[in-house]
Design a protein. Structure first.
Length: 312
């Protein structure tokens, strides 16, 4: 006897599946095809297939590699933000009065409009009347950095070419964005994930360590940290993916990629190539190269970063 096929679930899933094909899968496949063409929205040239020409041009384009370095530099705050998130989560895990209100205040920047926060930080970083420089001048009696107007950075990265020079050592726009990024990430989703991870640690383990005379650092190192390894592994993976993809809103709102392109990340570089220079084919190629980088970093993390996380 033939089994009757129930079409009701298929009909319910069809609109969502069709929407995925039309608005997600379709554009992704189309962008891959376009990345092998010279498609220009200005129609200055006839659109044709160019093979790997876009990818060869990317490899030779120093502006792309500068944007790549900017992206990596702006990710240097990730370890600090993770460490501070864990520290705050441990503090909030203790039973004390007002802890729920404190959690809400710390998480507030994550639900506030990103553009509004960036505009606020832009005012804070103003070298002439910004509160940050005023505080530096009051406490240290020295002129504060130019922040968003300066091309200098702690690592001394060059501006026009890939390299390091002593003339560029200092505090500048890249460092300002890093400070803002760490501040915004400390009380965000990472803190909540660590709080959830701490809740899942059996209290018996911590109490047993305390009975044996273990210090707080020994308890954290031998019990808490191993138990939080899966959470840390997930946070590191998502932070790296977000860091490689991010930087567009910050560059667009606060610096417009400047000064001299020092805050232009790969995402902002793609935007400029696509919607300012109208080179859709080239921008699509950069997008797929960015996808390849994210995939590579994710696979490397999965292979070497999950040994202590008890993941398959």
């Amino acid at each position: 006897m033939r089994k009757r096929v129930n079409l009701a679930p298929v009909l319910f899933l069809a609109p969502n599946f069709l929407g995925f094909l039309v608005f997600t899968a379709g554009p992704i496949v189309y962008s891959l095809i376009v990345s092998f063409t010279n498609w220009n929205l200005q129609r200055t040239v006839t659109t044709r297939a160019v093979g790997w020409q876009n990818f060869v041009e990317i490899a030779r384009d120093e502006r792309f590699w500068l944007s790549f370095l900017n992206t990596i530099y702006l990710m240097l705050g990730i370890p600090l933000s993770i460490a501070f998130s864990l520290w705050i989560a441990i503090l909030l895990h203790r039973k004390m009065k007002g802890v729920n209100a404190l959690k809400t205040l710390l998480f507030l920047p994550s639900v506030t409009s990103g553009v509004a926060i960036m505009i606020l930080w832009k005012a804070l970083y103003n070298p002439d009347f910004g509160p940050i420089n005023r505080l530096i001048e009051t406490l240290l009696h020295v002129h504060g950095p130019q922040w968003l107007l300066s091309t200098t950075n702690v690592a001394g990265l060059n501006v026009e070419h890939v390299g390091i020079t002593s003339k560029q050592v200092g505090l500048g726009a890249r460092d300002a964005l890093n400070i803002m990024g760490v501040w915004g990430a400390i009380g965000g989703s990472n803190m909540l994930l660590y709080l959830a991870g701490l809740t899942n640690i059996p209290e018996e383990l911590i109490e047993a360590a305390q009975v044996d005379g273990a210090s707080r650092w020994a308890t954290f190192r031998s019990i808490m940290w191993p138990q939080l390894a899966p959470t840390t592994f997930f946070i590191v993976i998502m932070s790296i993916i977000g860091g490689l993809q991010g930087g567009f809103e910050t560059a667009r709102v606060m610096t417009n990629g400047g000064p001299s392109g020092t805050t232009s990340t790969m995402a902002f570089y793609i935007f400029r190539k696509a919607f300012e220079e109208y080179r859709i084919g080239y921008a699509s190629a950069v997008s797929w190269l960015l996808f390849a980088m994210i995939l590579m970093f994710t696979l490397l993390n999965w292979k070497f970063g999950n040994k202590d996380a008890n993941l398959a």
